[in-house]
Design a protein around this ligand. Structure first.
Ligand SMILES: [Zn+2]
Length: 230
């Protein structure tokens, strides 16, 4: 079990949010997942507003996990430094922001739990490095299944499209003949591997509603030669 100050009843709820990548969840779905009645869940959430936000503007109301509480990120990361993968205790971890200037700097996918030794290691793009260890870059992509009706064969073809979170949206891979070339997850991962991106983690929500979505986190290590060329 992960060592944490978070009470076990809250851990139970957090586990569901972690499973759903911190999407907002309705009380009913939480209750169903935990085999508890809805009132129990409502009370638990309302009494622990340090951890949860309630969006009453939606019907039914949706619950989300409050961003910015360090112990929640440590719990999510199982007290493991997300850079060197060393297991720690919460007291030895700090939060590392991939993009501290971003308005939502506590966004779930851009905050990492890191150990003391890794807290100053470079993880963002650095323009000029004179004397420095290899540069580590991180990247996150989202992949989802799509189906398209083939006009000739009148069959549904499934393929994957992905989003590099750069504002350009979801696209499939195309080969040189403009045919779709992303039929499996491996096709997409190989495309990035060719560019030296190494998979750190793949998040596969095991819930029917999101089963078609994957979140992939990559790491890339650039050597000095390449850095100097930039
Ligand atoms: Zn570390």
């Amino acid at each position: 079990m992960t060592k944490t100050k978070i009470p076990p009843t809250i851990q139970e709820l957090l586990n569901e949010f972690i499973r759903y990548n911190f999407y907002k969840i309705e009380y009913k779905r939480l209750a169903g997942a935990l085999e508890k009645n809805v009132d129990t869940i409502i009370q638990r959430v309302k009494r622990n507003n340090k951890y949860f936000d309630i969006d009453d503007s939606q019907r039914p109301a949706k619950i989300s996990v409050k961003k910015g509480v360090p112990e929640v990120y440590f719990y999510r990361d199982k007290n493991t430094c997300q850079i060197c993968q060393k297991k720690a205790i919460p007291n030895e971890l700090v939060l590392r922001f991939r993009n501290p200037s971003q308005r939502d700097k506590f966004g779930w996918s851009i905050v990492l739990s890191v150990c003391n030794e890794c807290k100053d290691k470079p993880i963002v793009k650095i323009k000029k490095i004179i004397k420095s260890p290899p540069r580590i870059e991180y990247k996150e992509i989202h992949i989802m299944w799509e189906s398209e009706l083939d006009d000739e064969t009148v069959e549904w073809n499934s393929f994957l499209k992905f989003n590099e979170l750069d504002g350009s949206g979801y696209f499939p891979l195309l080969d040189s003949n403009e045919n779709i070339a992303s039929k499996t997850i491996a096709d997409v991962l190989n495309y990035f591997a060719a560019d030296d991106w190494e998979v750190i983690h793949i998040e596969v929500p095991n819930d029917a509603e999101y089963i078609d979505h994957y979140q992939v986190f990559f790491k890339r290590i650039r050597d000095k030669k390449e850095v100097n060329r930039n």
